[in-house]
Design a protein around this ligand. Sequence first.
Ligand SMILES: [Zn+2]
Ligand SMILES: [Zn+2]
Length: 87
Amino acid sequence: MFECPICYQHRRKIVTLQCDHRICFFCWDKWAKREIHFYQKEWPTCPCCRLEQKPWYLSEKIQRIIVFVAFSILYLHFKNSNFTRYD
Ligand SMILES: [Zn+2]
Ligand SMILES: [Zn+2]
């Protein structure tokens, strides 16, 4: 069974964070609530490495992919429209 690095308890309900750190649900719930309500943070951080746990659509990895896809579509669009203009 999984041993939580925060409370050293063996837990069934675990949470995998965006940085791949895993802690038990109870510690995460307590930690995240304290981060948001007490420290007034916009997003809770990982208790192991302090990485901000943003929703998936705001994570940098996803944003980079979205920008890449958007530019690819724009590029293809302009390439094709130039092609047809001179045809
Ligand atoms: Zn725990
Ligand atoms: Zn982490």
